[in-house]
Design a protein around this ligand. Structure first.
Ligand code: ADP
Ligand code: ASP
Ligand code: MG
Length: 470
């Protein structure tokens, strides 16, 4: 079943009854001032029936991952000591902004978190087979603490916040660290968990990034996954809009940290936003658009530090005219694998073997190509690449180039998957790039290049194609 096919129990409810999912990322909840801003934004949107999804406080997910490493390499008390200053950041916010019973709930939750983290670290040390599931269990505490704290702050502000467990909503497979949602179960459980609360006008607060298997084991959706949680919940509830609140006022024509002249794209199509996210624009998790696309739910990107600064909205069609170039992005951490098979070989079978071997080593493949001369794969660089290449040696001569980046130009290129855009090629003349063709997306063109040169290439393409400088 896909998102447009599930039984629509809310279709009869008027649009004004449909909730708005509001997701706040790590920097939007990095300290007391940031949490206070979030509470004010939620208050203003109260009539839009908010469902609040929050990330861990900035730096907390990394801190939890580092604690796991410490627990395994040193011991449990060292790992917990390391986390104390991070728990302190949450407590400090609670002391400043939460009060009464809600403050008590948060303090009890933090106490229970310490106990359960201690048990998890001990178990991981003793039984290494438990590390993958327990890693997700541990890492989920960043988001769970944020959701509990957010509810306490809303309640102290006189709003009907209630922390609810995202793991009771988002049902996934058991690929820990990168779990895939089970759509039908997620729809059923999200509605079951949230609809009664929404009917009472409660503002549910949920941790992003986390889910659970059907058996109840905690899972996570991959780094940056809170955006994806927000659209999964938004689609399950048939939200009127999903708002992604972050530290920039929209999706820009390039990462504003890299290209200071980048400008906000007021409107993007689902495909354009997805290609940007897939090829490096950190502002959105690559799967964010998937759940809402068929339901045509708009997704907006807004700045929690400056809500009045404007925003981008992602809808089925951006209205970009044919040939328009909208944005440039790059994704580092790629590798290129080339195989020149020895002896007699058939391209299709060899390509199949290559894909299977890479997959067996957990290597994520972005692009595959074959010709009479050999095979080429563009992959995410990871530990598995070297191992896969060792296995491939029996098939022929194998070459690997690491420290590559994918450069992506987003625009309206039409349906001709094999054609390069002449202006794009000209603007890249100073760089050594390999076009990745065919690339069957009407919204983007991809090039492989040295990682070190990619930021300069992004700036140059942006200046020439978006700013239209000579
Ligand atoms: P959050 O913690 O809210 O999820 P992220 O750090 O994941 O926020 O994403 C926001 C960041 O994405 C911005 O600070 C910006 O530097 C980066 N970014 C990369 N590419 C783009 C782009 N094209 N437009 C806007 N922001 C971008
Ligand atoms: N806290 C998680 C991360 O840092 C998820 C998210 O922020 O979206 O990756
Ligand atoms: Mg993010």
């Amino acid at each position: 079943m896909n998102p447009s096919d599930y039984p629509d129990s809310s279709a009869s409810a008027g649009a004004e009854r449909r909730p708005t999912v509001m997701k706040f990322g790590g920097t939007s909840v990095q300290d007391a001032a940031a949490f206070a801003r979030v509470a004010a934004i939620v208050r203003r949107q109260r009539p839009q029936r908010p469902v609040v999804v929050v990330s861990a406080m900035a730096g907390m997910t990394d801190a939890l991952l580092a604690a796991i490493k410490l627990a395994l390499e040193a011991d449990t008390p060292t790992a917990l000591d390391w986390l104390e200053s991070h728990f302190g950041r949450y407590s400090e916010v609670a002391e400043q902004l939460a009060g009464g019973a809600a403050y008590g709930d948060f303090v009890r939750f933090l106490y229970a978190a310490r106990e359960s983290l201690t048990r998890a670290f001990d178990t991981m040390r003793r039984y290494p087979g438990t590390i993958p599931p327990l890693r997700d269990e541990v890492v989920a505490y960043g988001e769970r603490l944020s959701a509990t704290l957010m509810a306490a702050i809303l309640v102290n502000d006189g709003l009907p916040g209630r922390a609810m467990d995202a793991r009771a909503c988002i049902v996934t497979d058991d690929v820990y660290g990168r779990a895939r949602p089970r759509w039908e179960d997620t729809v059923a459980r999200t509605r079951q968990t949230l609809q009664a609360a929404l009917a009472e006008d409660v503002i549910p607060t949920l941790g992003g990034f986390i889910g659970a298997t059907l058996d109840g084991a905690t899972t996570t959706l991959g780094r940056g996954g809170s955006d994806y949680s927000a659209t999964l919940i938004g689609a399950a509830l048939q939200a009127r809009e999903v708002q992604i609140w972050t530290d920039v006022a929209g999706i820009y024509s390039a990462d504003p940290r890299l290209a200071p002249n980048a400008r906000r794209l007021e409107s993007l199509a689902y495909g354009e936003a997805t290609d940007l996210a897939l090829y490096g624009a950190k502002v959105l998790h690559p799967r964010t658009i998937e759940p809402v696309e068929r339901l045509r739910i708009p997704v907006s990107i807004r700045n929690s530090y400056a809500p009045e600064d404007g925003y981008s909205v992602i809808t089925p069609d951006s209205g970009a005219p044919p040939g328009a170039i909208l944005a440039v992005t790059h994704r580092a951490g790629m590798a290129a694998v080339h195989v020149r098979p020895s002896g007699a070989w058939r391209a299709a079978a060899a390509l199949d073997d290559l894909a299977r071997t890479l997959n067996a080593h957990g290597v994520i493949v972005e692009h595959l190509a074959a010709s009479r001369m050999g095979l080429a794969a563009t992959v995410e660089d990871s530990e598995g690449v070297a191992a896969a290449c060792r296995d491939l040696r029996g098939a022929g001569e194998v070459q690997v180039a690491t420290q590559r980046a994918l450069l992506c130009v987003v625009g309206n290129f039409g349906d001709e998957a094999t054609e390069l855009h002449p202006t794009v090629s000209e603007a890249l003349a100073d760089f050594r790039v390999t076009p990745l063709l065919p690339h069957p997306s009407p919204c983007s063109r991809l090039f492989l290049m040295a990682e070190a040169d990619a930021p300069a290439a992004v700036r140059q393409l942006h200046a020439r194609l978006v700013e239209n400088l000579a």
